[in-house]
Write a protein that binds this ligand. Structure first.
Ligand code: MTE
Ligand code: CO
Length: 424
């Protein structure tokens, strides 16, 4: 089923390696020069061994180490005219496992971050219901809640890469995604409380931010697995993610996950608002457009090595890792190639496998120091296999932005530096 790591460095090797590490040969074993002399990092008393550190009162809300200050969301300034209707990107190459830390979840706003006092927030359900209702946050807390892990991917993720390789970093090509555990009330319970009328078929969630985001969602999905969520990774939603409450629409494009959720209208037809006509439609080669393409197709990407995470240790044992996800289920399998698709290897999946959640894969290999062409290919639980970019363009043409789930290629040179490329 999976490849196992090919080497287990001993404690002795680590100690020698700490002294003088010169990289490794292509033998599959870590190779270290003999220690030239005593290593002061081991033999000398270090500054941090000589002072009393901060006490328990110093950091009431903990932050990452000062040495991790480069691990941040980043934006691409030329992408949008201003930063309030814009996007920043999750630093995927700095993360591991499957959960995105709250402070690193990418943000996409159409009118900046709304700062809403929870006591003044109201959620209304109106339209084709027997009892139009208004919930306070306190009211919502009195419904049974659930905890589930889901990815949120913006449909525009990887959108800049449709016509060719563009942005040099996995953070920018694939970073419009995050994966957290949500705590929330099933939307079904709130709709049942309001009493959905017989002819109801759609809902229209609306945001309380200045953009008043709206999207039409089929009632069937709303009654199935949508959550009205107020916690992420155990703590309150961040303002960036829609505090105090957002809609969770598992497996479907991020645009539908309305933040700062203030109203849900129930209707018998879709509303055809801006975000489902002018935006989030896919113009095909013959001039017509795909519409209501809600589900996110299976996709994967290698996060390390990648342009922002080159191989710095030279030839020898190398850990390749990445993430995969599908809006239709789980990811039982990811294939990896390091030679541009001549040979494929089944990657090792590690970590929990949840429905419509991010999955983590690894492929450990012995780098011989020669250039590499890295690709990953996800298989989801429905049997769907991630397409190449050419296969995608064959069907969808070159006009699209959204729903680019094509296979990504990183070219690694002899120095371990990686670059975003396409291969024919
Ligand atoms: N909801 C509101 N109210 N306002 C917005 O601008 N942006 C949407 C969606 N919900 C948006 C919104 C888009 S396009 C995406 S991709 C996701 O929120 C982004 O969620 P995030 O900021 O938590 O990553
Ligand atoms: Co989006």
């Amino acid at each position: 089923m999976s490849d196992t790591p090919k080497f287990t460095p001993s404690r002795r090797q680590f100690l020698a390696g700490a002294a003088v590490a010169t990289g490794a040969a292509a033998t599959g074993k870590l190779v270290h020069a003999q220690a030239a002399g005593p290593d002061p990092l081991i033999t000398e008393l270090q500054p941090w061994q000589q002072y009393l550190g901060d006490g328990v009162d110093a950091r009431p809300y903990g932050m990452p180490s000062q040495y991790e200050a480069h691990v941040v969301r980043r934006n691409v300034s030329w992408l949008t005219a201003d930063s309030v209707s814009s996007v920043n990107f999750t630093p995927l190459h700095e993360l591991d496992g499957i959960i995105t830390p709250n402070g690193l979840c990418f943000e996409r706003h159409h009118a900046g971050i709304a700062e809403i006092p929870p006591g003044e927030h109201r959620l209304m359900i109106n339209g084709l219901v027997d009892n139009p209702l208004v919930f306070t946050m306190e009211d919502l807390m009195r419904f049974p809640r659930e905890n589930r892990v889901y990815f949120l991917e913006c449909a525009a993720n990887t959108g800049m890469e449709w016509r060719g390789a563009q942005l040099n970093g996995v953070q920018f090509t694939h970073g419009m995604i995050h994966n957290v555990v949500y705590t929330g009330v099933p939307l079904r319970l709130l709709l049942e409380e309001a009493g959905v009328r017989g002819n109801a078929a759609w809902i229209l969630p609306e945001g309380a931010d200045a953009s008043a985001m709206t999207r039409s969602i089929p009632l069937e999905k709303a009654m199935d697995d949508c959550l009205v969520a107020f916690k992420m990774n155990g703590e309150a939603l961040r303002p960036e993610q829609g505090y105090p409450v957002r809609l969770v629409v598992p497996g479907w494009e991020g645009n539908m996950w309305v933040k700062w959720l203030r109203r849900i209208e129930v209707g018998d037809q879709p509303w055809h608002h801006r975000e489902e006509t002018s935006k989030y439609t896919d113009l095909l080669e013959h001039g017509s457009a795909r519409r209501f393409t809600w589900e996110m197709d299976a996709k994967s990407v290698i996060t390390n090595p990648s342009p922002q995470a080159p191989i710095t240790h030279g030839p020898g044992p190398t850990v390749l890792t990445g993430v995969a996800w599908s809006g239709r289920g789980t990811i039982p399998r990811v294939d990896v190639t390091i030679d541009g698709g001549i040979t494929w290897h089944q990657a090792r999946m590690s970590g929990p496998s949840f429905d419509k959640s991010m999955h983590r894969f690894y492929y450990e290999f012995d780098w011989d120091g020669r250039p590499l062409l890295l690709q990953s290919r996800a298989h989801d639980s429905t049997g769907y296999v991630q397409p190449t970019k050419d296969q995608l363009r064959m069907v969808r043409g070159e006009n699209s932005i959204y729903h680019n789930n094509g296979i990504q290629t990183w070219a690694v040179n002899e120095n371990g530096e990686a670059e975003n490329v396409e291969i024919g």
